[in-house]
Design a protein around this ligand. Structure first.
Ligand code: GCB
Length: 632
């Protein structure tokens, strides 16, 4: 009997071990099995490396050869048993086999297969794959020169959705979840000279995944973020947190975590520009708490107006890492959001991890800069990175460009709330997000989900996520995009989950899904929470370049008028402290088939799929110009 165990390792990394174990083997006890090909190769994995780009590394991006495999012929034999769980572990496409001689038939061939750019979704790179949901095999070859005394990690920024990874024909592990990083230690498995990494990526949707089958975005498949081979010393800095203590502008609070044999070491944390140097001693588990008093008068605190990043060096006896870290506090008091103690208004916009001009997933810094610059052109100081973790590069860019961030996990709409394994998956994705981005000053809000319909089982699920995120990081705010309820003309936010989070944050679609421009001003909002009110979505579809009067849906004028009306409605809410209208740019969605107005695009963008700004873009900008004056 074969069984796949999802392990929630004590620290953070979700790793699926393919164990040829007995059914009664408990999760967490799965062991590598003797002799059985790939199964013997799988071992407990250390948590993902903090600050992957700060490591000695090579990018394994570039052109990857691929084979489309809708029937998973390269994974299962004709009795639908996985090859990688057979006694030899061989037989799948990951063998990358060539015919031995002329009477040998091999039915696949990476060498003569086409290639795709990595990072990159496959849907935008080959018309055949535009709507494809299923398995693709992808291969990259690279030369390595592993050194004695060093450790090596194969790190994936994201693969959507399920990845099985093979190095030189042997399985090294698998991972589920389309937007968070994962890694496998490959020390001792890397060959001197040519190596071959093969990934089976499968973006099939399932009801019991996170997200579930129903979303309003394109299900882009493939290796959508960087693939990295990182080298560390034998004992290395695995993780650290260097951030201001909650509400204390005079102190850094955090920790350092070493991994390896020499775990007890002196570790020096220095911020040269501030003349700071602190030495901590890690314990037998490699851990040390960090607390550093700051010369407040000398510090330039990070903010959108002055996104100052300090060079921080963390140096142990065996490993040194550099990071650029912003120092800021974030709190709420009543209706106020306080950044470095000062009340702010979040002039935001929502966006997807998609470049409408390709269209496809954001591929790197150029694409990301374009998106964030568009937000800045609208005088935004804040973005909602909907509806799933965006890339680490994006968050770093937000740090550098001075843009506050709402970061989210794809707990979206109708999740299978009652299933423990579904909860475990959601918790893992949230954990991986927090672990990855906890040193980024730009991130001020962790969002645990979007428009999840109120019910006891859902509220329990979401409540546990809220508790988890607070236990991982008590310095930031916790949010969720809640739903509203209407009774006559009164729109209320009544959700027991609101008690568990720091914001009264909700989506509302007056004038689009309910009512219209003529009538929407009759509505009023009742938000009975003494918390900052953040409107996480509102909007209207407009086909760029389609002009009509402001009562005609799909026109730029309609969208523009809806924005003007919405400002009137929202400005009447006493605690309003920010908003992220839906959405920066048109984005692709299979739920949007209208042949003329949509053509599989959600048209609520303020920028069209050709990159043209619609009328409402300028209307939102002038509203934000006023808000900026108000909160000076
Ligand atoms: C929503 C969702 C968002 C959709 C949007 C829409 O409430 O949160 O993902 O794309 O509405 O356009 O309907």
């Amino acid at each position: 009997m074969h069984k796949v165990w999802k392990l929630l390792l004590s620290s953070c990394l979700a790793v699926t071990l393919t164990a040829g174990a007995q059914d009664d083997q408990a999760p967490g006890q799965a062991q590598a099995n003797k002799g059985n090909g790939a199964r013997a190769e799988l071992a407990k994995q250390p948590p993902t490396l903090q600050n992957i780009y700060g490591r000695q590394h090579v990018l394994l991006d570039g052109r990857w050869s691929y084979i489309i495999d809708p029937y998973e012929t390269g994974y299962y034999n004709y009795r639908r048993q996985p090859f990688d769980q057979s006694p030899s572990g061989a037989g799948g496409f990951y063998d990358d086999r060539k015919p031995k001689d002329k009477d040998d038939a091999v039915e696949y061939n990476f060498d003569s297969s086409p290639t795709l750019a990595v990072p990159g979704d496959w849907n935008s790179q080959n018309a055949k794959l535009e709507f494809y949901e299923g398995t693709l095999w992808m291969r990259q070859k690279f030369v390595a020169a592993p050194k004695d005394g060093k450790r090596y990690f194969l790190y994936f920024g994201a693969v959507n959705y399920e990845a099985h990874v093979y190095l030189n024909g042997k399985k090294i592990g698998s991972h589920k979840g389309g937007f968070t990083p994962f890694q496998f230690e490959v020390t001792g498995r890397l060959l001197k000279g040519e190596n071959n990494v093969i990934v089976k990526a499968d973006n099939t949707r399932h009801q019991d995944d996170i997200p579930t089958v129903n979303t309003d975005w394109w299900n882009y498949g493939g290796i959508t973020r960087d693939v990295i081979l990182a080298e560390t010393p034998d004992t290395y800095i695995e993780d650290y947190q260097i951030q201001l203590a909650k509400g204390d502008m005079g102190r850094i609070e955090g920790h350092v975590q070493l991994a390896g044999v020499q775990r007890a070491q002196d570790v020096t944390i220095s911020i040269a520009e501030l003349g700071l140097k602190t030495v901590v001693r890690t314990d037998a588990n490699g851990r040390a708490a960090v607390s550093i008093a700051l010369p407040k008068s000398k510090v330039r605190y990070w903010s959108p107006e002055d996104p100052k990043l300090y060079n921080v060096t963390i140096a142990g006896a065996t490993d040194t890492l550099n990071d650029r870290i912003g120092l800021r506090t974030i709190e709420t008091r009543g209706h106020d959001i306080l950044l470095n103690g000062k009340s702010i208004f979040l002039r935001g916009i929502s966006l997807h991890d998609e470049n409408p001009l390709i269209p496809g997933r954001l591929r790197g810094e150029g694409d990301m800069r374009m998106m964030l610059q568009w937000a800045k052109d609208m005088n935004c100081n804040y973005v909602r990175l909907a509806h799933y973790p965006h890339s680490e590069e994006m968050i770093k860019l937000a740090d550098e460009m001075g843009i506050l961030v709402w970061a989210e996990v794809p707990v979206y709409w109708t999740i299978s709330w009652e299933k423990p394994e579904v909860y475990a998956n959601a918790q893992q994705q949230l954990t991986d997000l927090v672990v990855r981005d906890k040193n980024r000053a730009s991130v001020i809000i962790w969002s645990i989900g979007n428009e999840t319909p109120v019910s006891p089982v859902r509220t329990q699920f979401m409540g546990k996520l809220a508790d988890t995120v607070r236990s991982l990081d008590h310095t930031r705010l916790v949010g969720a995009a809640l739903e509203v309820h209407r009774s006559g003309d009164v729109v209320t936010v009544e959700d027991p989950l609101a008690e568990k989070i720091d914001l009264a944050s909700f989506n509302q679609y007056a004038g689009w899904y309910w009512s219209n421009n003529k009538e929407m001003l009759k509505f009023s909002f009742k938000v009975n929470y003494n918390k900052p009110v953040i409107v996480t979505e509102f909007g209207a579809d407009a086909l760029g370049g389609y002009h009509a009067d402001s009562d005609t849906k799909w026109s730029e004028e309609y969208q523009d008028q809806l924005y003007k009306n919405t400002f009137k409605l929202l400005d009447a809410i006493p605690g309003l402290r920010g908003m992220t209208p839906w959405v920066l740019a048109d984005f692709r969605s299979p739920r949007r088939p209208h042949p003329y107005y949509q053509d599989y695009w959600n048209r609520k963008g303020l920028i069209s799929e050709t990159g043209k700004k619609k009328q409402a873009f300028y209307t939102l900008k002038s509203y934000y110009d006023q808000k900026q004056q108000q909160y000076k």
